[in-house]
Write a protein that binds this ligand. Structure first.
Ligand code: NDP
Length: 259
């Protein structure tokens, strides 16, 4: 039985990568999907491929969310997926000593402000019916420190915490609006391209990046989408304020053994 029949599902940053896969899975499960992205051309093309609706949305912009609320006033599922590392266009260092305030703010504007605005939109679009599922895409980086990507890690940690505030707030209001975070690590999407490059050492870099991952490979967007379907579905009606890691075992412990 398809698990998303009758559900209106909004997914941000869904022109590619994890968001695209989540949108496709929701559609395959019978959901009415509103695919959104900052990139109009890529978003519209992705929506055509899936056979769903597209709305342009820059998650940083309050006015974009207000327009979405006018056009899509009711939603059952909202996935706050859009996110950046800050390394998309090269850019300066992101360590705590040398990062610029502008770079720090740029990462937080998409990852954290975007998720705050997305949760606020979701509550407004769900509270009339008093039920719904908000899914925030955090990261393994939101659970541990990342010295050379400090803004990304801090923004993802804040998403984890805000998820719990939203979950508790909605429960206090007596709504069955759930809010949970997903914490992926090393999922092979275009977000990695600036770090992998196209040179002959690409394969070596890929291997190095998953050397500490117990399953010794990158994850696939579909593997994250499967978790999103579970959290969005009526099989997860008792899950709220929680965090689900999907990381090939990376956070399970340390490979270091006592001598
Ligand atoms: P991608 O870079 O492949 O896709 C992100 C999408 O978000 C792109 O289509 C991008 O558009 C869009 N986007 C960027 N900025 C905005 C904005 N301001 N408003 C709306 N859309 C925007 O990333 P992934 O699919 O890999 O990542 C998806 C989420 O998963 C992110 O939040 C990421 O942090 C998180 N994540 C990913 C991991 C991984 O290993 N891939 C691991 C942990 C977490 P454009 O291309 O035009 O910039």
């Amino acid at each position: 039985m398809p698990r998303m029949i009758g559900k209106i599902c909004v997914v941000t940053g869904a022109a590619r990568g994890i968001g695209l896969s989540i949108a496709a899975h929701f559609h395959d499960e019978g959901g009415s999907v509103i695919l959104t992205d900052i990139d109009r051309a890529a978003g519209a093309a992705a929506a055509r491929t899936i056979g769903c609706h597209f709305e342009p949305l820059d998650v940083r912009e309050e006015v974009d969310w207000a327009r979405l609320a006018e056009r899509i006033p009711i939603a059952d599922v909202v996935v706050n997926n859009a996110g950046i590392t800050g390394f998309e266009h090269g850019g300066g260092p992101h360590d705590p000593e040398h990062a610029s305030l502008a770079d720090w703010r740029a990462v937080h504007a998409v990852n954290l402000d975007g998720t705050f605005l997305g949760c606020r939109y979701a509550i407004g679009a769900m509270k009339q019916q008093g039920t719904g599922s908000i899914i925030n895409i955090s990261s393994r980086s939101g659970l541990v420190g990342i010295p050379l990507a400090a803004a990304y890690a801090a923004s993802k940690a804040a998403i984890r915490n805000h998820t719990k505030s939203v979950a508790l707030y909605c429960a206090q209001q007596g709504w069955r609006i759930r809010c949970n975070s997903i914490h992926p690590a090393a999922i092979l999407t275009p977000i990695w391209e600036p770090m992998l490059g196209t040179g002959p050492d690409r394969e070596d870099r890929m291997q190095a990046l998953v050397a500490d991952t117990p399953l010794k490979r990158f994850g696939q967007p579909d593997e994250v989408a499967a978790i999103a379907v579970l959290l969005a579905s009526d099989e997860a009606t008792y899950i709220t304020g929680t965090e689900l890691n999907i990381d090939g075992g990376l956070l399970a412990g340390s490979a270091a053994t006592p001598g």
